[in-house]
Structures are given as C-alpha cells and as structure tokens.
Design a protein around this ligand. Structure first.
Ligand code: HEC
Length: 213
C-alpha cells in the first residue's frame, strides 16, 4: 500500500515536470499561446476550488481532499449507497475514464447535468434552450439524475462556474476505472420529484419571498 502510494507521488512529480516543459515553450515563442494556456489552467483551478468547496467528494468519494485515494471515483462500498424510499442510488464515477467515468460525455453534457439535472448518458449532447420539460428543446420526458445528487441547488450557480466544474472533471482529474452499478429509480426517472412545486423555480423567485425580509 505504502509502496504504491510512493510510486504515485513519483509519477505525479514526473508529470509536473512534463507540464513545466510544455508551458515554457509557448512562453518563449508566442505570448498569445502562453496566455491561452494560462486561461485553460485558471478555469480548471476554479473548477477544482468549486468541487472541493461544494462537497462533491462527500458523495463521489474523497470528501474534500483531492489527495485521498479514489478521489471522485464514485462508490466502491455499500456504505456510500443512499436508500431513497424503496430505491438504492449510487454516486457515480466522476473521473474522466472513457468506459466507466465522465470520459464518455462532453463538457456540455456535464453542464446540463448540473444546470438541469439531465442524466448525461440518456440526454442528447445539445445546448438546452428551455427550463421546463417540452419547452424549447428541454426533453419532453426528461431523464433526471437520482436523488440525492443536489443539482436543484447547484443549477443556481453562474454558467462560468458550472463550465469550470466540467473542465476540472474532464481535464483536471486523472481517469480511474470504477464501474458503479446503476442507481435504482422510478420509471419516470424522478420527474415527479423534480417539479417546480417541489424544487422551486429556476431562476429563483425574486427577493423577497414570503419567507424573506
Ligand atoms: C449528496 C450526494 C451527492 C453530492 C454531494 C454530489 N453528488 Fe453527484 N451524484 C450523486 C448520485 C447519487 C448520483 C447518481 C445519480 C443517478 O444514478 O442517477 C450522482 C451523479 C452525478 C453525475 C452524473 C454522472 C453520470 O455518469 O451519469 C454528475 C456529473 C455529478 N453527480 C456531479 C457532481 C458534482 C460536480 C458534484 C459537486 C458539485 C456532485 N455531483 C455532488 C450524489 C451526489
């Protein structure tokens, strides 16, 4: 165990070395390329900060510690399962592995999962133009992510923050192979739990509501 961990650290140092070389080349030759590299890095770093501070790892593994083994690799033990009424739901692998993780999906599909709760595996890779099922190209019969994935709260984050999370998950995390068993759920893919009456409006009702002053 300890030995593997040491190998991992040595590998990380080697990768860091490679990145420094790549970044330093455009710095010498072309200032435009250098600033593009910096822009990509700052989006990934912003996404990292948001992922750590929004407790994604509390369910998807690793808590708030990007050094933890299995960081964001999803459920590996029944202790990470949720029982929602008669159903068991399971936090999925958020690392960019191409067969078992988010490598299969685009950054837009991850954005649509966080903004609209639409399952990346069962929703087309398109810009969603409505906020209500059947309006614009919001699927008429939406297939939502299982409870308790807290997208009804995070959909209120600004676009650029959700894009930054998608960028970090796709480009800032190493792929880990971990096939998470599908969540159980009702035949309507939770649509009856995600009505405006139950989760509120998007964007939120104007301030102040009856509860506010
Ligand atoms: C309270 C637990 C919980 C937290 C916190 C949480 N998730 Fe999830 N998430 C889940 C569960 C459970 C699923 C599986 C849903 C399903 O099977 O339909 C899921 C699924 C997902 C998916 C869909 C993956 C796929 O392959 O379909 C994405 C993307 C995702 N979560 C991103 C995030 C991000 C980003 C954060 C932090 C900002 C986060 N989650 C925090 C519980 C959580």
């Amino acid at each position: 165990m300890t030995r593997n961990w040491l190998v991992g650290v040595a590998g990380g140092v080697a990768v860091l070395g490679a990145v420094v070389v790549v970044v330093s080349r455009p710095l010498e030759g072309s200032p435009v390329a250098a600033s593009e590299t910096a822009a990509v890095d700052s989006q990934v770093l912003r996404g990292r900060y948001l992922v750590i501070s929004h407790d994604c790892g509390g369910c998807h593994a690793g808590d708030a510690n990007p050094e933890a083994p299995g960081w964001l690799a999803g459920r590996t033990d029944t202790i990470q399962d949720f029982r929602i009424g008669p159903f068991i739901t399971r936090p999925r692998n958020l690392t960019p592995d191409n067969t078992t993780g988010l490598g299969r999906f685009s950054e837009r599909q991850i954005f649509n999962a966080l903004r609209y709760g639409l399952r990346p595996g069962e929703t087309p890779d398109v810009e969603i133009t409505g906020t209500t099922p059947g309006v614009g190209n919001f699927p008429e019969i939406p297939k939502y992510l299982a409870i308790p994935m807290p997208w009804p709260a995070w959909r209120h984050m600004p676009d650029e923050d959700l894009w930054a999370i998608a960028a970090y998950l796709k480009r800032g995390v190493k792929p880990v192979v971990n096939k998470v068993q599908d969540s159980d759920g009702p035949p309507d893919f939770w649509a009856s739990e995600y009505t405006v009456e139950k989760i509120g409006k998007y964007p939120a009702a104007p301030y102040p509501t009856a509860n506010e002053r």
